[in-house]
Design a protein around this ligand. Structure first.
Ligand code: NAP
Length: 482
C-alpha cells in the first residue's frame, strides 16, 4: 500500500493524540477535521465557572507530554485547554487541522472512505479515526415553558460569559458534577441561588491543593519524579476508584461510601437539609460527584436547595409543583449530555450501503469500544462500551491508539486490505459485558447516564487492569480481514 491517508474526526484530546501518534509512527498523511474554530473538545466547550477535572492533573495529561506546571492537584478547565493548545503547538498538530468545517458524511466505496463536509469540501482517506468525544451534545430538559423564560438561559456547556451574575437571582437545574462545581464557584457573587434538585447526589470530599513553586521546579528539573508520580497516581486511582466501582461489594467501594456518608453527616448541620441532600441509592451508582466545598456552599445564606419538582418555567422564573414561583434573572441548565451520539449526527455508510444509523438504531456498540462490524478501516477512540466515567480518558485513548495502530499495520503491510471486528466477536463481547455489569455498583438502584435504554450499564464493566491487558495486542480471531 502507498503511504496511507488518515482522516481524524475531532480535534479534542483524542484527535490531537491520534495526530501525534501517527506522526511518531511515520504516518504523516492525515487531516484532522474539527467543526469548531478551536481545538480542545470538552475543555473548549465547558467554560462554566468552577470547571475543573476530577481526575488528578498528572494523570489527566499525555504520558509523553507531562506538565510540570499544573497549578493544582486537580486542574482547572482553562489550564487543561491551554495544555492541549500547547501540546498541539509543540507537536505541530495545528497545521493539520481543518477548522470550522463539520464532516457530514463518510462513506466507504471503492476501498476508501469518502468524506464530505458541511462546506461541501470532499476528500478521501484509507482510514478514519473517530475522535468525536463522549459528553458534548448538550441534553436540554423537556420542561414546559422553557422557551418563555424572560431572563438569560443557557446550558452549562454553552456558558454565556456576557451575562453578569453579580447580584443576580440565579437558578441552576441539575445536581451533577457540572452543577456542583458551578454552585461552589458562583455562590459568593450572586444575590440568590436556587439549586433545583431532582435527585440527590453523593459527594466525595476531595481537597484540591496547589502544587508549590518548589514542587513545580522539582518536576521541571527532575522529570523522572513526575513520571513516577504519574505511575503512582495511576495505580492508586485504579485501585481506589476505577476497579472499586466495577465490584459493588469490594472493600474499596465500602470505603468510598463511608467517605461520602461521613462528608454529609459531618458537613451539613441542618437535619432537614441533610436528609434532602441524602441520596436513596449507593454512592458511585451515579457518576460520583467530587467536591471539597459543595456542602459549605449550599448552606450559605444566599443559597437554597429546591427539592420540590419543577411544574413549569414561566417568563419570571421557575414554578414548582407546590405552586411556588422562584423569580430568577438567570437560569442555568446543568442537565448533562446525550451520551449515545458518538460519531453521529455524521452519516456513516459502510460497504454495500450499510448505514451506521441503522446498525446503531437500538443503541451504539463497538467491539472493545474501538471497532464496529461492517465498517472496515474505521476506528474509534473512547467509543461506545469503553471505560468512561471512572478512568482517565487520556490513558484510555493512549491504550486504544496502540491497539488500533496494530490493526492499521496489518493493512499497511499487506496482510489484508480491510479490517473490522467480526459480528460474532461483538456479540460475544456484548453478552459478556452485560453479564459482568451485574456486579458493578452502577446497577444497584439508580438512574444515570451510565445506563442504556434497557437499564444496562453501557460502560466497560471490568477493571482497568483488564482493559490494559486487552489493549496490549489485538486477538485477530475477533476480526474480519479481507
Ligand atoms: P449529569 O451528571 O448528567 O447531571 C445532569 C443533572 O441534570 C442531573 O442532576 C439530572 O437529574 C438533572 N436533570 C436532567 N434533566 C432534568 C430535568 N428535566 N429536570 C430536572 N433535573 C434534570 O451532567 P453533568 O453534571 O454535566 O455531568 C456529566 C458528566 O460529565 C459527569 O458525570 C462527569 O462524567 C463529567 N463531568 C466531569 C466533571 C469533572 O471532572 N469534575 C465536571 C463536569 C462533568 P437526575 O439525576 O434526576 O437525572
Amino acid at each position: 500500500m502507498n503511504p496511507p491517508r488518515f482522516a481524524i474526526i475531532g480535534a479534542g484530546m483524542s484527535g490531537i493524540l491520534s495526530a501525534i501518534k501517527l506522526a511518531e509512527a511515520g504516518l504523516t498523511d492525515f487531516t484532522i477535521y474539527e467543526k469548531a474554530d478551536r481545538l480542545g473538545g470538552t475543555w473548549r466547550e465547558n467554560t462554566y465557572p468552577g470547571v475543573a477535572c476530577d481526575v488528578p492533573s498528572h494523570l489527566y495529561s499525555y504520558s509523553f507530554a507531562p506538565n510540570p506546571d499544573w497549578s493544582h492537584h486537580f486542574a482547572p478547565g482553562g489550564e487543561i485547554q491551554a495544555y492541549f493548545e500547547d501540546v498541539a503547538r509543540r507537536y505541530a498538530v495545528e497545521k493539520a487541522i481543518r477548522f470550522g468545517d463539520e464532516v457530514k458524511r463518510c462513506a466507504f466505496t471503492d476501498g476508501r472512505w469518502h468524506l464530505e463536509t458541511a462546506s461541501g469540501h470532499r476528500s478521501e482517506a484509507d482510514f478514519v479515526i473517530g475522535a468525536t468525544g463522549v459528553l458534548h451534545h448538550p441534553s436540554y430538559p423537556d420542561i414546559e415553558g422553557l422557551q418563555t423564560f424572560a431572563g438569560a438561559c443557557f446550558h452549562s456547556a454553552r456558558w454565556d460569559h456576557d451575562v453578569p451574575l453579580e447580584d443576580r437571582r440565579v437558578g441552576i437545574i441539575g445536581t451533577g458534577s457540572s452543577a456542583v462545581q458551578i454552585v461552589s464557584a458562583v455562590i459568593d457573587r450572586v444575590a440568590h441561588l436556587s439549586l433545583f434538585q431532582r435527585t440527590a447526589q453523593w459527594i466525595m470530599p476531595q481537597q484540591n491543593p496547589t502544587y508549590t513553586e518548589e514542587e513545580r521546579t522539582r518536576f521541571r528539573e527532575r522529570p523522572g519524579e513526575m513520571h513516577e508520580l504519574r505511575r503512582q497516581i495511576s495505580e492508586l486511582f485504579a485501585d481506589a476508584f476505577s476497579n472499586a466501582v466495577v465490584d459493588a461489594e469490594s472493600p474499596q467501594m465500602k470505603l468510598i461510601e463511608d467517605l461520602c456518608r461521613a462528608n454529609l453527616e459531618e458537613n451539613v448541620s441542618d437535619p432537614v437539609l441533610r436528609e434532602q441532600l441524602r441520596p436513596d441509592y449507593r454512592a458511585a451508582c451515579k457518576r460520583l460527584v467530587v467536591s471539597p466545598d459543595f456542602y459549605q456552599a449550599i448552606q450559605k445564606p444566599g443559597a437554597e436547595l429546591v427539592t420540590e419538582g419543577i411544574e413549569r418555567i414561566e417568563p419570571a422564573g421557575v414554578r414548582t409543583r407546590d405552586g411556588r414561583l422562584r423569580e430568577l434573572d438567570v437560569l442555568v441548565l446543568a442537565t448533562g449530555f446525550r451520551v449515545d451520539r458518538f460519531l453521529r449526527p455524521m452519516e456513516v455508510v459502510g460497504p454495500d450501503g450499510l448505514r451506521l444509523d441503522d446498525v446503531w438504531a437500538e443503541r451504539p456498540a463497538a467491539y472493545l469500544s474501538v471497532s464496529i462490524p461492517g465498517f472496515p478501516n474505521l476506528f474509534l477512540l473512547n467509543g461506545p462500551n469503553g471505560p468512561v466515567g471512572n478512568f482517565s480518558l487520556i490513558e484510555v485513548a493512549e491504550l486504544q491508539f496502540t491497539y488500533i495502530l496494530q490493526l492499521v499495520d496489518l493493512v499497511r503491510t499487506g496482510k489484508c486490505r480491510r479490517i473490522s471486528a467480526a459480528r460474532q466477536a461483538l456479540e460475544k463481547f456484548d453478552a459478556e459485558r452485560v453479564e459482568a455489569a451485574k456486579k458493578t455498583v452502577w446497577t444497584t438502584g439508580c438512574h444515570s447516564w451510565y445506563l442504556d435504554d434497557r437499564g444496562v450499564p453501557a460502560a466497560w464493566p471490568w477493571t482497568f487492569t483488564r482493559f490494559r491487558e486487552v489493549m496490549t495486542r489485538p486477538d485477530l480471531r475477533a476480526f474480519e480481514l479481507r
